[in-house]
Write a protein that binds this ligand. Structure first.
Ligand SMILES: Nc1ncnc2c1ncn2[C@@H]1O[C@H](COP(=O)(O)OP(=O)(O)OP(=O)(O)O)[C@@H](O)[C@H]1O
Ligand SMILES: [Mg+2]
Length: 308
């Protein structure tokens, strides 16, 4: 469990993190999504005691990070995969980590296995690692103490599609065993495939939060009239009912209402439909772009699923 309450960081007049409040729960992957400069890394650094907050608190497993008796046994952290000592081998880095935490050296082999780094790769110097191998090593270092919580800043950075899938499986497995995962990304696609819950920030402030399902539901309904000539009739029916509708480039319409309501509107307008379904990630992407472009307002956008 990670509890963030009114967390704020100012640099001079600039509020890098502004009154951030959310909880990352056990058994769930929480995606921390925001564009470049939104304040994700600053917030995460405060959670793990590397940056002192200006105000507010962050606790991990009920305590401030600085008060954890043996932090790596409670929380695995990956903030910057390129920060590892380039002159050491992967195995050396994990061995030092295991010794520091007071773990048997057998944990090194186990954690290498967890991230599918081979023995040959483990004995190579980190400077010769690809970005993807560094990310795997970083995850291995985060997992080595068998923590309950993972805090990962852009862990999918530099991973190819197979690597992203691998990461998703590792994080899913970890959360299914009851672990808490918080991972950041500036890419919606990376968060969307793995997260159960999503916190979206822009300019240091939360602009939306909820379960992925809730935020996706907020994307509205996608419909395609059986006869393209009926699109205009359907748009008029929606507009007359006070429901927002956006035309898609390929003949579909994205309607800001739940599917049953859209079905009734189409029926009343006598427009047969070829498709009627919840709008997918494209809607969430639009929401992400909209929300992050419009974060100067006083209060967060009134999204369905946005927790108080
Ligand atoms: N030490 C610092 N001194 C001054 N400003 C800082 C400092 N660290 C971060 N900032 C500013 O705080 C804001 C948030 O930065 P942060 O690195 O947390 O964003 P981010 O969401 O992690 O972005 P990215 O996706 O690019 O990693 C930025 O405007 C950044 O310039
Ligand atoms: Mg960052």
């Amino acid at each position: 469990m990670i509890d963030v309450t009114a967390l704020t960081k100012t640099y001079g007049a600039h509020r890098a993190v502004d009154d951030l409040t959310f909880t990352a729960r056990p058994g769930r992957v929480t995606g921390f999504l925001g564009p470049n400069g939104a304040g994700k890394s600053t917030a995460m650094r405060m959670m793990v005691g590397l940056t002192p907050p200006t105000s507010g608190t962050a606790t991990v497993c009920g305590r401030r990070f600085a008060d954890l008796p043996n932090p790596p046994r409670e929380v695995g952290v990956l903030l910057d995969a390129s920060a590892q000592h380039a002159g050491r081998t992967g195995r050396e880095i994990l061995t030092i980590a295991a010794r520091t935490i007071g773990l048997p050296i057998s944990r090194v082999g186990e954690s290498l296995e967890q991230v599918s780094l081979t023995a040959t790769e483990a004995d190579r110097r980190v400077r010769h690692y690809s970005l993807g191998m560094r990310q795997r090593l970083g995850i291995a270092a985060a997992l080595i103490g068998d923590p309950d919580v993972l805090i990962l800043d852009e862990p999918a950075n530099g991973l190819d599609p197979a690597g992203i899938r691998w990461m998703r499986d590792v994080l899913r497995g970890f959360s299914q065993r009851g672990g808490t995962v918080l991972l950041s990304s500036h890419l919606l696609g990376e968060i969307e495939v793995v997260a159960d819950d999503i916190v979206v920030i822009g300019h240091g402030r939360i602009v939306a939060q909820g379960t992925k399902a809730e935020l996706l539901a907020g994307a509205g309904t996608f419909v395609v009239p059986a006869d393209p000539a009926d699109a205009a009739t359907l748009v008029r029916a929606c507009t007359d009912a006070g429901v927002e509708v956006v035309r898609d480039s390929d003949g579909g319409l994205r309607v800001e209402a739940e599917a049953p309501a859209v079905g009734r509107l189409a029926h009343r307008a006598d427009v047969p439909l070829a498709q009627l379904r919840a709008a997918d990630g494209a809607g969430l992407e639009e929401m992400f772009l909209q929300l992050t472009a419009d974060t100067q307002r006083e209060t967060p956008a009134p999204l369905r699923g946005a927790a108080a």
